[in-house]
Ligand binder design. Structure first.
Ligand code: SF4
Ligand code: SF4
Length: 444
């Protein structure tokens, strides 16, 4: 369907991209049930920071009543993309798809000479870094050297990053300890199951997970083999494209999706497993992303159907052979994209509760976004920290000594929250689900 009114500010391409989103906005009945679920509405308190408000603005922009850049860009940019509104919506408005279409339209409606420095840097990283595994791995090696040589300690002591950007300083401190690239399991490898083979699994290594958190990937593979999976690491797999979709770079997101579909379909695995909530949601939505490309839509559907989070497979093939008792209280922070897009909520909790000796306490607001939001915490540091500080107050109430997540961004955001809480809260550790399970199985 074409847009009913042509915006003076938009070109034909933008209008075209925007037409589906316009149809979706008309599904919203403005009931407001989504408002209490929205973290930015709660923290900012204005209609334009709510899902209903944003949907209405998208609709008005499509009708040419408001301007894409002046009126729509900021409210859309301040959305975390957590999609809690989708889970709360009684009529199933596909907010995530509206958001991505709006971002793409905003991106395309901005004249090149008006893009600011940050936008240009973002684009540079999205186009020239994330889609290139070798470049990402070089970044991982540089971070490893930076940490290993003690340079990171010097930089922290000098406080120089804090002066340049508090957001960057927080992020630097939250970086996980990066392993040497020699420990990374090479793509193309097949790792046999320990004991009887129950499932043939193709493992999606991710770009950040592969370059900066390869230890978690290695432990993921060990856990999978422990429950009877033969694990294949398909060659030529690439970044999932989540960051690209979230930043309006849909064309590149589609290219990445196609390259992953090609790489994984050759593996002929029973399932495709990932260990990052954000990536998993993106893999699950390849079906939607490529729905209009006839030569790809069938393969994309098959790919999405096979895509599973690590917690689903460990839960399905468990129980895990635990060897150690866990000391202390553990709480769990949902990854929004695992909860609201992949609809996985119970499996990570059941796995945690099955660890011997564990004391599991649910945190108030466990289902609310931690405000990591991809790179939201870098782009909107103050807004992000306001939401995070509230989460840390809730975490303290649980008296947890470990907070568990299933997404690298959430895990780092939890670490940032712990830093911000100061000395007393330094007793709290932020762990990936795989790390705690591996430790309880004596793998780490
Ligand atoms: S998005 Fe859904 S819950 Fe929110 S106002 Fe519209 S119809 Fe209601
Ligand atoms: S995605 Fe999250 S932040 Fe954005 S409107 Fe929906 S609930 Fe609010």
């Amino acid at each position: 369907m074409n847009l009913p009114v042509k915006s003076k500010e938009t070109n034909a391409e933008v209008q075209n991209l925007y037409s589906d989103a316009y149809d979706w906005t008309n599904q919203c009945v403005k009931c407001g049930y989504c408002l209490p679920a929205c973290p930015t509405y709660e923290s900012m308190g204005v209609e334009s920071a709510s899902p209903r408000g944003r949907i209405n603005l998208v609709k008005m922009a499509a009708e040419g009543k408001i301007d894409f850049q002046k009126d729509l860009a900021q409210p859309i940019d301040l959305c975390l993309g957590c999609r809690a509104c989708e889970t709360a919506c009684p009529v199933g408005v596909p907010y995530g798809h509206i958001l991505e279409a709006a971002k793409e339209a905003i991106e395309n409606s901005q004249p090149a000479n008006q893009k600011n420095k940050m936008t240009k840097m973002k684009k540079l990283a999205l186009v020239h870094l994330f889609p290139f595994p070798k470049r990402m791995n070089r970044v991982g090696s540089v971070v490893h050297l930076y940490q290993k040589t003690g340079l990171s300690k010097l930089i922290r002591r000098s406080n120089v990053l804090q002066k340049v950007s508090p957001a960057l300083a927080h992020l630097e401190q939250a970086l996980p300890t990066t392993e040497s690239s020699s420990k990374r399991i090479r793509k193309g490898t097949i790792i046999p199951a320990k004991g009887e083979t129950k499932l043939r699994v193709a493992f999606f290594t991710g770009c950040i997970m592969d370059s900066m958190m390869s230890r978690i990937n290695r432990l993921t593979i060990e856990l999978l083999t422990l429950v009877g999976c033969e694990v294949i690491l398909p060659e030529n797999q690439n970044c999932c494209g989540a960051l690209h979709s979230h930043q309006g770079e849909t064309k590149q997101a589609k290219e990445l999706a196609k390259s992953n579909i090609r790489a994984f379909m050759q593996a002929e695995a029973d399932v495709i497993v990932n260990n990052a909530g954000g990536c998993g949601a993106s893999l699950l939505e390849y079906e939607h992303l490529l729905a209009n490309e006839h030569e790809w839509s069938g393969a994309a559907r098959d790919f999405s159907k096979k895509s599973k989070d690590i917690s689903q497979i460990l839960y399905q093939l468990g129980p895990l052979p635990f060897t150690e008792e866990w000391q202390g209280v553990v709480s769990y922070q949902d990854s929004c994209h695992l909860r609201n897009v992949q609809k996985v909520q119970q499996e990570p909790r059941s796995l945690l509760q099955s660890i011997p000796g564990i004391s599991y306490v649910e945190m108030e607001g466990y289902d609310r976004c931690c405000a990591s939001g991809g790179i939201y915490n870098l782009l909107h540091f103050d807004e992000s920290m306001k939401i995070l500080d509230e989460k840390m107050r809730n975490l303290k109430e649980t008296k947890a000594t470990t907070i568990v997540t299933v997404n690298p961004g959430c895990q780092m955001q939890m670490s940032i929250g712990i830093q911000r809480e100061g000395a007393a809260a330094n007793q709290i550790k932020s762990m990936h689900l795989v790390e705690i399970l591996a430790k309880a199985c004596g793998l780490d």
